[in-house]
Design a protein around this ligand. Structure first.
Ligand code: GDP
Ligand code: MG
Length: 293
């Protein structure tokens, strides 16, 4: 069998998490139109007869180091490239005009095999431009393969998966074949709640919002989850709660449905919104909320 770790890298919003979910056939990494949706490193494990690919979904690479959260994101991206066997560099087919010099530099240092994938081709009319782009990119870096895909519509993902398995080293699987992620259900629940907040609040979503699971009880017929949504200011708290609690209620219902699908059981979900001042600028506060490796 061919088995190993595969880093999915690329700018925020190119579709890394969408790709990982489709490759796994299951939603384990949250996605949205807003950049920086993915804050944590998540492993997604796909086992077939041909081998086992362990995908590492990364937060995007950021140039700005102004805030603690950005620093955290950048660090995680760097860490992802160490300890993997293969890199899939995902580029947004709708916005590849700006070359990512930072990524070329990082790839050159890493010395790993790289597959270049241009995503969102379902929305690209001028297919020749993608070919021209591949030719140009090949002059910059010796990519092992390149492939146009649509993570959302599932175009060419079989081909990509085949290339990935082919490039992985021959070895024994690292994880049991029925395991799909390294994260606990408790962690997944927090991520699902954050995804629903991101989707419902859109641009009103506070940058510094985070979700903490205070209690997670697995009973015989139901799982009870008590979660706190942390924000920085009273005004943000009001936005998250909404008029007479309407926003929080919708978020709770959305999240509960997804959680029930994931755990295949009934769930009870209780959400609280609390204010913790200035956390995005303080590493210590980040750590106290579980934002460490
Ligand atoms: P990430 O930040 O790289 O993890 O990006 P996400 O996976 O969160 O996706 C960002 C946005 O791009 C979401 O709104 C996705 O639905 C959208 N998206 C991802 N892949 C495709 C694709 O193949 N085609 C189109 N049209 N949209 C996509
Ligand atoms: Mg993501």
């Amino acid at each position: 069998m061919n088995c190993g770790y595969v880093a999915l890298i690329g700018r925020p919003n190119v579709g890394k998490s969408t790709l990982m979910n489709h490759l796994l056939g299951q939603k384990i990494s949250i996605t949205s139109r807003k950049p920086q949706t993915t804050r944590h490193r998540i492993l997604g494990i796909s086992t077939t007869d041909a081998g086992q690919a362990v995908y590492v979904d990364t937060p995007g690479m950021h140039k700005s180091e102004k805030r603690a959260l950005s620093r955290y994101l950048n660090r995680t991206a760097d860490m992802t490239l160490s300890g993997v066997d293969l890199v899939v560099w995902l580029i947004d087919g709708l916005a590849w005009k700006e070359y990512d010099e930072v990524i070329f530099d990082k790839l050159e240092q890493a010395g790993l095999p790289v597959i270049l994938a241009v995503n969102k081709i379902d929305r690209i009319k001028d297919k020749d431009s993608v070919l021209a782009f591949f030719e140009d990119a090949q002059k910059r870096f010796p990519f092992r393969h390149y492939v146009p895909v649509s993570a959302l519509k599932g175009i060419n993902l079989d081909r990509l998966e085949h290339m990935i398995i082919e490039e992985l080293p021959e070895s024994e699987p690292v994880f049991p074949e029925d395991q799909i992620t390294d994260r606990s259900m408790r962690f997944m629940a927090a991520e699902i709640i954050r995804e629903k907040l991101t989707r419902r609040l859109g641009d009103e979503l506070p940058y510094a919002l985070t979700v903490e699971i205070e209690r997670y009880e697995e009973l015989q017929n139901i799982t009870r989850i008590y979660a706190v949504i942390w924000v920085e200011r009273e005004t943000q708290k009001n936005i998250v709660i909404g008029k007479q609690g309407s926003m929080l209620k919708k978020v709770g219902t959305d999240a509960r449905k997804d959680i029930e699908k994931l755990i295949d059981q009934k769930a009870y979900l209780q959400l609280w919104v609390k204010v913790k001042k200035g956390w995005s600028d303080s590493e210590r506060a980040l750590q106290s909320l579980g934002f460490n490796e």
